[in-house]
Design a protein around this ligand. Structure first.
Ligand SMILES: CSCCC(=O)C(=O)COP(=O)(O)O
Ligand SMILES: [Mg+2]
Length: 227
């Protein structure tokens, strides 16, 4: 029986176009100034991690290259999250979730399901994103947030750690993602899985896993509460 739904963000609850065309350009513009901030310990730690991995290279250039290639690197995700805070707090950014997402999350939570996030985006940026949506602050719906500090999303070990953290049998956890390799890793760890195949994102269907075009379909396939 499913007791907790673990959700990816980009391509699952939020269109890829919002990340690529709105959030990433915002971060790209703000990053050069942020990386000049030598008083911020979080920036200093991220810069040090980059320098350790790429000695002799300009950390800003490394970040810019990572962004162009959409590399899910933890120091980049931390720095992007710092830039987005300003944008969400001053109203420049507002998360444009898929329309099926807020009603499904509310129905699941109201019906007693536990909810958690696992995204490459840093935990502070996950909270900003769900804190500033057109439907208001959705963060109270989630009991936990996991990011790359738990491990890579394509590693089964990360899902084992999440399973231990939430204290449930793995198959009581339903992981939702658009990415086949993430679903495979979660399934290897024993979780129940379903791929969100979002037409708008051109998701590549992954063989051998349950598939749903939206969260309404997830509810009906897995017998989850509906509004
Ligand atoms: C708060 S998530 C912002 C989007 C992002 O930077 C990202 O890497 C999302 O990756 P996901 O693991 O949710 O597909
Ligand atoms: Mg995704």
């Amino acid at each position: 029986m499913i007791r907790l739904v673990l959700l990816d963000i980009e391509g699952t609850t939020l269109p890829i176009s919002f990340v690529r065309d709105v959030m990433f350009p915002y971060a790209a513009k703000a990053l050069p100034a942020l990386m000049q901030d030598h008083t911020n310990p979080t920036v200093a730690a991220a810069r040090a991690d980059i320098v350790m991995e790429y000695p002799g290279q300009d950390p800003l250039k490394v970040c810019q290259d990572w962004m162009k290639a959409d590399v899910k690197a933890a120091p980049l995700k931390t720095l992007q999250g710092l830039t987005w805070r300003q944008g969400f707090e001053d109203g420049t950014l507002q998360a444009d979730l898929y329309p099926d997402v807020p009603p499904a999350l509310k129905a699941w939570s109201k019906g007693g399901l536990r909810l958690a996030v696992y995204s490459s985006g840093s935990i502070p940026s996950q909270k900003l994103l769900y804190g500033y949506t057109a439907q208001g602050d959705l963060t109270p719906l989630f009991e936990d947030f996991f990011d790359l500090s738990t491990g890579g999303k394509k590693d089964a070990e990360s899902y084992e750690k999440i399973t231990a953290a939430v204290g449930l049998p793995a198959d009581d956890i339903l992981f939702l993602s658009d990415i086949g390799a993430e679903l495979d890793a979660a399934r290897t760890a024993g979780m129940s899985v379903c791929q969100l195949v979002r037409e708008q994102d051109g998701t590549v269907p992954h063989s051998g896993v349950a598939q749903a075009p939206d969260l309404t379909s997830v509810s009906s396939q897995f017998g989850l509460p509906v509004a």
